[in-house]
Design a protein around this ligand. Structure first.
Ligand SMILES: [Fe+2]
Length: 300
């Protein structure tokens, strides 16, 4: 009896640890929302700070009440501008819940771009496959016609006064500052058309907005003089290794800049690790869901 117990002790221990790990990643960390704060020195001396709330990758499905409540409460931060870098929904009935998630934030100045998941519903797949291939191939091979109501999603945000930056430019007033914004649709599914927005960024403050931080587009924003670039898509790696970080970025950017604030040429780059996951891979490990408050301050 003792020998049998000994033989199964190790495999049972490994199994127990695996089950506990998946339970933690899917129940606890996936709902352990964090607010990250960064100061970004891009303003002229003496200019009043501007607060930007950056949200991304909510992948909302109906019923995620904790996520909805947490994001809508961020209105208490009183941001001057809200930036949504896409992958907002993962279900055809998620537009209403997504508007609930924005809640009072919708009454503030806001801008948005789409991510691939706003257009294409999620499909079951091996969650470990992301380690050896990006999800880009899934779209180029099998998905050609969008099946999610992304136009209605965009129309709802536009109706609230938010600026649609999918291959478009525009200006928006945040606080007492007029900001020039340029944005592109998702490069992950080849919907980015930088040529349509190409040209020198205007005004004293300019922000580039995109879903996927693809270096070829980051380079073009920088060449046009944009000072701050905002993106999502990477989920910060989603499943990270302690003391090592993200294993993959799911796009062309390097692992070191998979999330957080960094430099890209003369511009600042902020990549959000996002707030959600695909419904078919509902786990996060060492990479909690996040929103970011970027406070633009004068450059010293
Ligand atoms: Fe995403």
């Amino acid at each position: 009896m003792g020998r049998v117990r000994k033989r199964y002790a190790v495999p049972l221990g490994v199994l127990g640890t695996g089950v506990a790990g998946i339970g933690y990643a899917s129940v606890i960390e996936r709902n352990w929302f964090r607010l990250r704060r960064y100061d970004v020195p891009v303003l002229a001396p003496g200019q009043r700070p501007i607060k930007i709330l950056h949200i991304s990758d909510t992948h909302l499905t109906p019923g995620r009440r904790r996520l909805i409540k947490w994001v809508s409460a961020l209105d208490a931060l009183e941001p001057d501008l809200v930036v949504n870098t896409g992958d907002s929904i993962s279900h055809r009935d998620a537009i209403g819940p997504f508007l609930d998630l924005l809640g009072p934030l919708l009454d503030r100045p806001g801008v948005f771009v789409y991510g691939s998941n706003d257009m294409y519903s999620p499909v079951p797949k091996n969650p470990a496959r992301y380690l050896w291939r990006t999800s880009q191939k899934d779209y180029s091979k099998r998905r050609t016609v969008p099946d999610l109501p992304y136009r209605e999603l965009g129309a709802a945000m536009t109706a609230a006064g938010w600026l649609d930056l999918n291959n478009a430019t525009g200006t928006i007033k945040a606080g007492d500052t007029e900001i020039w914004l340029g944005g592109i649709n998702d490069s992950h599914i080849n919907r980015d058309r930088y040529d349509e927005i190409a040209g020198p960024a205007q005004g004293p403050l300019s922000i580039g907005v995109m879903h996927s931080p693809e270096p070829r587009n980051l380079d073009r924003f920088v060449a046009d003089g944009y000072q701050l670039l905002l993106a999502g898509h990477t989920h910060g790696g989603q499943l990270c290794v302690p003391l090592y970080g993200a294993l993959v970025t799911n796009c062309g950017i390097d692992r070191a800049r998979v999330k957080g604030l960094s430099r890209h040429g003369d511009a600042w780059l902020h990549v959000s690790a996002g707030l959600g996951t695909s419904p078919y891979a509902p786990v996060r490990f060492c990479c909690p869901p996040e929103a970011s408050l970027l406070t633009l301050v004068p450059a010293s």
